[in-house]
Design a protein around this ligand. Structure first.
Ligand SMILES: [Zn+2]
Length: 347
């Protein structure tokens, strides 16, 4: 095609100004910080091989369950307010250095507190907010925090987390439901999400992530029972033309995470089999995200290189994905516009 031959210079992805909507704070820890903290918890890291075995998922795993199990070593390190403030600050700085100007970080208070009873939800949150605010002072980046409900925990926990998120709605922008979808129906969480939405929180839900027969329809559940306007992953809709139409009709934004989907085997085969291009061409609001950059050993520029080199994404297409993301971000328009170079339209 003529556009292809119009330039021989490869696009420098690190120069692209980016928006990231889907990055988990707990699994974004800088590798140098992990190496520093791990020995304090009895985890010796004599060499890179041990580090990779213990803390990285860099080969496709057998299933999402085994990936989730590998998160546990990282969880152990999240043991103090000081560490939480530090990792929040570093996650923002790292994203900024990858070109991200608008960043949404998400975390599950129940995940952090699980092995650290002395940390209350309030202590956890205030420490993270301190880290984020410090980064926003030091760098021109707009950051928003999303509170995650873990769907694998008892519904009673979800109620507590919802109340906590609503109580802190001045420092949370949205509520999310995460973890393994299979066998953990969305319906029981409906009242909590409706309450959060009424209180002014945005709703994004992990849905349609894993490769199971019913996965595409979980996206519908996220919209109908939980009021989601954004879907974490949602990648499985590529298998169902009716669901592609549904996503378009409801103007949903998909938070796609190519490396994550490849490593969790949400997408069978190789990274080239990821349907990012197909979903983009279908007219879906596709956005580019890292999910868990620390553990998946990725970053925004690596994701952009995949799209550039495997799917031939050009500057204008990256711009479109970023404008979709800027528009869909739950950060206030005034705040996100203050750092974004183009006018943010409410698409
Ligand atoms: Zn996620």
């Amino acid at each position: 095609m003529s556009e292809k031959s119009s330039t021989n210079k490869p696009l420098r992805v690190e120069n692209i100004r980016k928006v990231e909507l889907h990055r988990h704070l707990e699994l974004s820890i800088r590798h140098s910080t992990i190496r520093e903290l791990a020995p304090l918890f009895g985890i010796e890291i004599p060499n890179d091989k041990v580090f990779a075995e213990r803390f990285l998922i860099d080969q496709p795993m057998n299933d999402l369950g085994s990936v989730l199990n590998k998160f546990l070593d990282t969880q152990l390190l999240l043991s103090s307010e000081e560490t939480l403030e530090r990792i929040a600050y570093e996650a923002c700085v790292d994203a900024f250095k990858e070109g991200v100007l608008i960043l949404e970080l998400r975390y599950a208070p129940t995940f952090i507190r699980y092995r650290h009873d002395h940390l209350s939800f309030d202590k956890i949150h205030l420490a993270i907010v301190r880290g984020v605010e410090r980064a926003e002072k030091d760098f021109p980046i707009a950051v928003g925090l999303t509170c995650i409900i873990q769907r694998i925990l008892p519904v009673k926990e979800a109620e507590k987390v919802t109340e906590f998120a609503i109580e802190h709605r001045n420092t949370f922008i949205s509520l999310d439901l995460a973890d393994n979808e299979e066998g953990f129906d969305s319906k029981p969480f409906s009242p909590f999400f409706m309450k959060a939405k009424k209180a002014g929180l945005g709703i994004t839900v992990h849905a349609g992530e894993i490769n199971t027969p019913k996965a595409p329809t979980y996206v519908k559940d996220a919209v109908e029972f939980l009021g989601a306007t954004r879907i974490g992953h949602g990648v499985q809709v590529y298998r169902d033309p009716a669901m592609i139409e549904y996503v378009k009709k409801h103007n949903l934004t998909l938070e796609l995470c190519p490396t994550s989907n490849y490593l969790t085997q949400a997408i069978p085969g190789t990274i080239e089999d990821h349907p990012f291009r197909q979903l983009y061409y279908a007219g879906i609001r596709t956005t580019i995200n890292t999910d868990d950059p620390g553990i998946f050993n990725t970053d925004m520029n690596k994701e952009y290189l995949i799209l550039r080199d495997k799917f031939n994404f050009r500057a204008a297409e990256f711009e479109k994905c970023n404008d979709y993301a800027a528009s869909a971000s739950f950060i206030s328009l005034e705040k996100k516009q203050s750092v974004w170079p183009r006018e943010i339209l409410q698409i």
